[in-house]
Design a protein around this ligand. Structure first.
Ligand code: SAM
Length: 214
């Protein structure tokens, strides 16, 4: 099994064929070894077209969804990004190859710790991982040029809207039941003015927190 070839096949068959076009996103997906972020026993499934379990009832997202959501953020190399839901650390790794700095929040300490270790080992040194309730954002480093949430919220948390810079983009799964959502993109046009777009239907684990599901 040649994981390098499987990764290139994934980029072509799962991403490009489904319309992912942003060259920076495609390059990052080609570069980051997903196998480093999945449990050892599932390594052979690393480039499967699906989410995979990472422990604690959580998942590493399907490669296509990771790429689609990050493409929707319209990142530039100067951007400061906030990710809610570090999980395995894979999404943060992809973001770190495209943007300047990545801040990522995970509510489960064991997942945050494991992700930090992997990211350090791979030498991705522009990523900051913290344990906390990401539904409240990470106010100390705000504002962010882009915010991405990888867990489904009942509505867009107000703290995330506040922590977005004017001109910034937020992409988040939002739904009225905990495990079924629509991807929402918000653009902050002015301090008190947002433009909202609804995108594809998705299924994420719930965002559990003060401004998420209780
Ligand atoms: N981006 C991740 C990856 O690449 O592996 C996928 C993350 S998984 C789909 C969603 C993560 O969100 C889980 O690890 C879960 O513990 C976390 N989560 C749920 N609610 C959260 C909250 N309020 N703050 C931070 N993380 C949260």
């Amino acid at each position: 099994m040649d994981l390098h070839t499987l990764r290139s096949d994934m980029v072509r068959d799962q991403l490009q064929r489904r319309g992912v076009k942003d060259p920076a996103v495609l390059a990052a997906m080609e570069q980051v070894p997903r196998e480093a972020f999945v449990p050892e026993r599932l390594r052979e499934m690393s480039y499967q077209d699906s989410p995979l379990p990472i422990g604690e009832g959580q998942t590493i997202s399907q490669p296509f969804i990771v790429a689609r959501m990050i493409e929707r953020l319209e990142l530039t190399p100067k951007d400061k990004v906030l990710e809610i839901g570090t999980g395995s650390g894979y999404g943060a790794a992809i973001l770190s190859r495209i943007a300047d700095t990545v801040y990522t929040v995970e509510r489960r300490a064991s997942l945050a710790e494991a992700a930090r270790e992997k990211l350090d080992k791979l030498g991705y040194d522009n990523i900051h991982v913290v344990v906390g309730d990401g539904s409240l954002g990470w106010p100390e480093n705000a504002p962010y040029d882009a915010i991405v949430g990888t867990a489904g919220a009942p509505k867009i948390p107000e703290p995330l809207k506040e922590q977005l810079s004017v001109g910034g983009r937020l992409v988040l799964p939002v739904g009225t039941v905990p495990e079924q959502q629509v991807l929402i993109r918000l653009r902050k046009k002015a301090e008190d003015r947002f433009e909202q777009e609804e995108m594809e239907a998705v299924r994420f684990v719930p965002l559990v927190g003060e401004a998420g599901w209780r």
